[in-house]
Write a protein of this length. Sequence first.
Length: 203
Amino acid sequence: MSAELVAQPYPRFSDDEMARRAGVLDAMMAERGVDHAVIYGANRFGSAVGWLTRWPVTREAVVVHTAGQRDALLVNFYNHVPNAQRIATEADVRWAGERSATTAVEELERRGARGRRIGVIGPLAYRAHATLEALAAEVVDMNGDYTRLRLMKSAEEIEWVRVAAGMTDDAVRSVHDNAVPGIDERELGDIVERAYVTRGGTT
């Protein structure tokens, strides 16, 4: 199964797995009395965006999530949008505009979020947080909730952990087999990365 997973042009979790994640997030939101969630990431940081949409955050990304509705994935830069549309197939992918928080609030307004409780996951900056506070009855920090959801792995997630661990093992084995006295760090980096980059792995 692992070879089949990695062979895809964009190795990805299944539709069933993505639906499972949306469902457990919906249940957590209901438990916290949260009507909408804003998930944020920037500069390859903010794993909840990818967990919910498959999109690996590049410059900046915001997800607006509401139970029973299609996610809105707001992406910067504009030229990243087409690729995000190919990867985040369950979401409505659009450009985030010049101010992603403003665009997210506009989407929340369309969803009737004014005066409701809005959950936040990810490293949302102060100004964006303040923009949400002007809309919401309360902004609820759900980072701890998200961490708890991630601790419980599905069978499919465990299979992907095996794939990643296998690539890591191959990288360590490659260093063992190829490192010699006098080699420099750039050459070592090349030895490590050649073990998995051609198979779709990233550092």
